[in-house]
Write a protein that binds this ligand. Structure first.
Ligand code: ADP
Ligand code: MG
Length: 546
């Protein structure tokens, strides 16, 4: 398959690609791409839904990630095949746009390609397939819009259900009711109304992880949590009406960096030298005091002597605060990060009602609460071990994304495979309007979206065929919200069962899956440059498919 690109000139073959370059064309290229993309979809399919399994990913240095999250799995996998990489892109886009539904998007794309492969076998041209797919995709978006129901910010119950649906089946499930409350409260605090539209900047919901304790201890903090202790024991542990200096400069005397030696010949000189240093540090602290600050959060170090002076002045101080925290603090407290002490003035100080050091799982953290900007909130993510905290953190991220997009879009749908079943049903009817090959392509699209209820059933140990038959019958009768009920192994109304998702998860998944499938199908020529350092070797991923 991988012959170099050869042209003909008067019977004489001429090489137009450099040595080592690979080329595969026509059906070979298509098959190869489809196989690679499907392999990616297969890798995540078993994680779909509340009964989906987790994956354990071990990287080259032995670090472990245990997750059920589609985008995380794909990001951690070291994928090289270009078509497979396009599938990973779908997951990333989905994650950025909605923050949930990554597995769904990827497996729909995989299934679309599988169906397309069947059509290609029947000698249907790729452009006919992609045209049919595009018609089907546009129709699907319309159908989804129609079955979407409005949701308001006051509908706390529905919002909690959305959060819980996105967390089902993750390590977070045990505490999902509690976590859902935390997530919904957080979003309500940061949501803004703009000409009747709700806007949620998920970045305003900061997450700070701390292992030890249980996921039930996860809590919402109205402000910013800094994972640092108050630097000196004599400093206050609580400051009310905090005026906060944010410094990006060390309160230290720089060590002489040149080779210049300082010769000290007498104890007096030694004493003078120390006093000189102490005076410099005292002057620095004086500048902080003069600004009127009673809290100092410093991105760099604070010398012991400076700590001593700060403590004497009753200034609560933390050192080596993370840069990202400093930025969040500046935004939340309305303060300005100062990198030259001489510039520090009263106007640069941030405000918070309370700054307090508290013990969390035996370690001290500093809470900056009730800031100038009430939209600054932090979810303090807890769980027994680091791996658990990481997975709960990812679940919370999904839930925040889900609730936020439900509010921004203002529409929700029932989940559990019900929208996909409804889409499939209506698309089959829509297909009747077209003739011949296009109709086949639209029907293939209709079959492909059923991969969602089918996988939910399969992963839940139900018979996928029986389930799909029942589901089709229910939707034919007009039960739009019927989906796979994994608690009793039947099909039921997903809305009543509390399985609710934002409409955007579904529309975005269809859009990116459709586009990716189309893009992959349109490729009939893959030209891979030779590896620079390795010379003419097979590009990896190109040599072992099928
Ligand atoms: P994704 O990465 O696509 O969000 P998930 O593993 O989170 O993948 O699974 C999402 C799917 O699981 C959605 O189709 C959703 O409706 C379904 N689902 C979630 N909770 C339930 C439930 N309790 N019963 C049935 N289906 C559920
Ligand atoms: Mg999900």
């Amino acid at each position: 398959m991988a012959n170099a690109m050869i042209g003909q000139l008067g019977g004489q073959p001429i090489l137009i690609l450099p040595e080592g370059a690979m080329r595969s064309t026509g059906k070979d290229a298509q098959r190869n791409n489809i196989a690679a993309a499907r392999a990616v979809a297969d890798a995540v399919r078993t994680t779909l839904g509340p009964k989906g399994m987790d994956k354990m990913l071990v990287d080259s240095i032995g670090d472990i990630v245990i997750t059920n999250d589609g985008v995380t799995i794909l990001e951690e996998m070291d994928i090289e095949h270009p078509a497979a990489k396009m599938m990973v892109e779908i997951a990333k886009t989905q994650n950025e746009e909605v923050g949930d539904g990554t597995t769904t998007a990827v497996i729909i794309a995989g299934e679309l390609l599988k169906k397309a492969e069947d059509l290609l076998e029947q000698e249907i041209h790729p452009t006919v397939i992609t045209r049919g797919f595009r018609l089907a995709k546009d129709e699907t978006l319309k159908i989804l819009e129609q079955i979407g129901k409005p949701v308001s910010i006051d509908d706390t119950e529905s919002l909690k259900k959305i959060a819980m649906t996105s967390m089902y089946g993750k390590s977070a499930e045990k505490a999902s009711a509690h976590l859902a409350t935390v997530v919904v409260d957080a979003i309500k605090m940061v949501a803004e109304k703009n000409n009747g539209k709700i806007q949620v900047d998920s970045d305003n919901v900061k997450r700070e992880k701390k292992h030890g304790g249980s996921s039930e201890d996860t809590a919402l903090v109205r402000g910013i949590v800094v994972d640092k202790e108050v630097v000196h024991p004599a400093m206050p542990k609580t400051v009310k009406e905090a005026k906060i200096a944010l410094l990006d400069v060390a309160l230290e005397v720089k060590e002489t960096e040149t080779d210049a030696e300082i010769r000290i010949t007498s104890p007096d000189q030694m004493q003078a030298f120390i006093e000189q240093e102490q005076k410099m540090l005292k002057d620095m602290v004086e500048k902080v005091v003069k600004s009127g600050a009673n809290v100092l959060l410093c991105q760099k170090g604070i010398d012991d002597v400076a700590q001593h002076y700060l403590a004497k002045k009753g200034i609560l101080s933390c050192r080596r605060v993370k840069k990202s925290d400093m930025e969040a603090l500046a935004k939340a407290t309305g303060g300005r990060i100062i990198s030259n002490l001489d510039d520090l003035s009263t106007e640069d100080l941030g405000y918070a009602k309370v700054v307090e050091e508290r013990k969390v799982a035996g370690e001290s953290m500093t809470f900056v609460e009730e800031c100038k900007d009430p939209k600054a909130v932090t979810i303090l993510v807890r769980g027994s071990t680091e791996h658990v905290v990481d997975e709960i953190n990812r679940s919370i991220e999904d839930a925040v994304g889900a609730v936020a997009s439900a509010l921004e879009e203002g529409k929700i749908v029932a989940g559990a495979g019900s929208p996909e079943a409804e889409v499939s049903n209506r698309l089959r009817k829509f297909a009747e309007k077209f003739s011949g090959r296009e109709q086949l392509a639209i029907k293939a699209f209709a079959d492909a979206v059923e991969v969602v209820p089918r996988s939910l059933a399969e992963n839940g140990g139900l018979d996928p065929i029986d389930t799909l038959v029942e589901l089709r019958a229910a939707h034919e009768k007009g039960n739009v919200t019927y989906g796979v009920d994994l608690t009793n192994g039947k099909i039921s109304d997903a809305f009543t069962a509390g399985v609710i998702e934002p409409l955007k998860v579904k529309t975005q998944a269809i859009m990116s899956a459709g586009e990716a499938a189309e893009m992959i199908l349109r490729i009939d020529d893959v030209i891979t440059a030779g590896r620079l350092e390795k010379g003419p070797s097979m590009p990896s991923g190109m040599d072992h498919e099928e």
